[in-house]
Every structure is written in structure tokens, then in C-alpha cells.
Design a binder for this molecule. Sequence first.
Ligand SMILES: NC(=O)C1=CN([C@@H]2O[C@H](COP(=O)(O)OP(=O)(O)OC[C@H]3O[C@@H](n4cnc5c(N)ncnc54)[C@H](OP(=O)(O)O)[C@@H]3O)[C@@H](O)[C@H]2O)C=CC1
Ligand SMILES: O=C(CO)COP(=O)(O)O
Length: 340
Amino acid sequence: MSVAPEAAADSSTCVVLGAGSWGTALAIQLARVALPTLLWGRDSTHLGELQRDRRNARYLPDAAFPEQLRIEPDLKSALQASRDVIVAVPSHALRGMLEEIAPHLLPDARVAWATKGFEVSTGLLPHQVAREVLGESVPTAVISGPTFAKEVGAGLPTAMTIAASDPGYAAELAQRFSGQNFRAYTSTDITGVEVGGAIKNVMAIGAGISDGLGFGANTRIALIARGLVEMTRLGVALGAKKETFMGLAGLGDLVLTCTDNQSRNRRFGLALASGEKVEAAQKTIGQVVEGVLAANAVRSVAQRAGVEMPICEQVYRVVYEGVAPKDAVKELMSRALKPE
Ligand SMILES: NC(=O)C1=CN([C@@H]2O[C@H](COP(=O)(O)OP(=O)(O)OC[C@H]3O[C@@H](n4cnc5c(N)ncnc54)[C@H](OP(=O)(O)O)[C@@H]3O)[C@@H](O)[C@H]2O)C=CC1
Ligand SMILES: O=C(CO)COP(=O)(O)O
């Protein structure tokens, strides 16, 4: 396999790292709007299949690759071909991925990530991890919002948020992704956008548990509305803007993930409510379930920040302490009454 020479020479080339469902969908979107796009993944056998089939049968089987999408198995070559790097690996792999690419980035490289979650061992948000690894001089951005990979792969109308401290970079990246089917909004509130993306996964587990136990629409919406309060409270304590949580990367992604079974986090919650064990439920889903790690990380981050997050706390207890989902709900309902 090799990179098409015209792709390597073109300054508009983007490289996407991570050939799971989201990396593949993002690469398809960039190629769909006619940008030369390289997709790299860590498993060369899998990449060979992508090259052969012109689709990702394992992670995104229904979406055929546009012509502008090329598979690049060599990480260094991919990074030499483009200054615009988009990282789409799970949160547990983000630091390692950034460390691996750092020595090979072009001098004017810009790095964005689509990862949702905190780093569990440190409680750091992705932009804080990136700053530790890449330093201050590399322009960085986060891509987030209500964006199921399957729907982006299918070209269905979608909106997302791109946040960067440099508004020019966010605007340029938004321009690159946007097309007739896709609209990217910009923000400078990196912390808010990242907190939204991390917390909504924990809430989606909660919503799956609630629906799986047979509770109704009232319960689901109470969870979403109070979940938004928890998310906002933590975000603001960490320096985010309150308004960000009313946008695509806050409320938008929270509602999407809590209400649709495309969400792996929601399906994980449904499985727990049906009595499945944590490991078995993760195995059945067969893809990353970020809310499992986030439930753990958020607990420590919230405790450190002195922020009360009762729904996240109960999701943590179900996932890590084996508390029965029904008992977790009872606990939430019996909390002392307070003003909204
Ligand atoms: N899917 C979606 O709809 C969306 C996902 N996201 C976020 O995107 C991130 C990635 O998730 P998603 O693509 O969905 O996950 P998937 O489970 O679909 O795929 C995970 C991908 O990451 C790869 N990977 C795992 N560990 C490493 C590593 N150490 N180095 C390099 N690659 C690695 C896997 O490789 P391998 O196959 O070899 O294991 C696989 O290609 C998550 O943070 C998620 O929350 C954000 C928006 C939408
Ligand atoms: O982040 C997502 C949609 O915005 C994907 O959600 P899940 O990881 O729960 O599938």
C-alpha cells in the first residue's frame, strides 16, 4: 500500500489517525467535500481490508469511501503529507498517540482531536494532555457535538462544534469539514466543549439504565435535565462558559446520546439494567464505551473541584461497585429536596 503522490503533494491534505468508527466517518466527510484525506490506523491487516474493500467493514460497514480518501499504513509518511492532523482514538489512547506523533509533525502542523473523555489516571481533559505532550506552540483544537458516526458516514445532515483558542484555526477547520450535509460551528471554549463530551457519556449510561428498568419518558427527561445541571456545574468550576452547555457539544450531544440506541453508552446502560455484567456488556458492544472510564474519572475530578454530581456518582456505583441499578435510582430519588 502507498500514498497517492498527488495526495502527498497537496497542501489541503488532512490526515485522520484512528480507523475506528469515528475516525473513518470524519475521514469520509473530509473526502466527501473533496479534500485529499489520509486515514491511518494501528492495525495494518485491518488497513489492508479497508484498502481492498473501500469501506470499513468492522466499524462502519455501510459507508463507501469517496475517491479522495486514501489509506496510509505508515504513520510517519502520513504526518509528512499534511500539516492538518485529526486524532480520533479513544481517551485511554490519546496521550500515547500524541507522544507517538510529536517527533514526526511538520514544523507548521496543527493537531485536532475528536476524543471524548478525561484521562483517567490524571483527570486531565484532552487539551491539557495535548499541552503536556505537544507544548504550547502547536495549534490545537477539539471536535465535538451530536455526531453519530453512522449518520455522518451516510452523509445525513449534521452539525458539530470545533473549539480552539485560535479562532482562525477553528474557522479554517470548520470550513474544511463543512459541506451541503455538514455544518461546523466554532467556539473558543475548549474546556466547555470537552467537559460536555465527557459527561454526556456517563449520563447516557444512566439513561440506558433508566429505560432498561422500564421507567418512562418523565424519568429519562429528568435525568437529561438534571444531567445538564451537573455537566454545567462541573464545567463552570473548571473554567468553562455556562452558555457552551446549551449548545451542540453540551445539551445537543447529551440529548442525542441519552435518547438514541445508536449510542454505545446508552446500549451499555440498557445491558446493565437487563442484568448483564460490566465486562460482558462491553464485549457485546465491541467498540469503545467511553462512559465507563469517564464515570471513574469524573468522580475524582468532581471531588477535587468540590462539585456535587449525584447522577454521575450513582452511575459510578453501578459500574464499579456492583450496586443494583434499581437501588441507585432509589438513592437518587431519596436525596434531600432542594430548590431547582
Ligand atoms: N463513534 C461515534 O459516533 C463518535 C465517537 N466519538 C469519540 O471518538 C473516539 C474514538 O471512538 P470510536 O472511533 O467511536 O471508537 P471505536 O471503538 O469505533 O474505534 C476505536 C479505534 O481506536 C483504535 N485504537 C484503540 N487504541 C488505540 C491506540 N492505542 N492507538 C491507536 N489506535 C487505537 C482502535 O483500533 P483497533 O481496531 O486496532 O482496536 C479503533 O480503530 C472516542 O473518544 C469517542 O467518544 C466522538 C463522536 C462520535
Ligand atoms: O459521541 C457520540 C455521538 O455524539 C457517540 O456516542 P457513543 O459513544 O455513546 O456511541
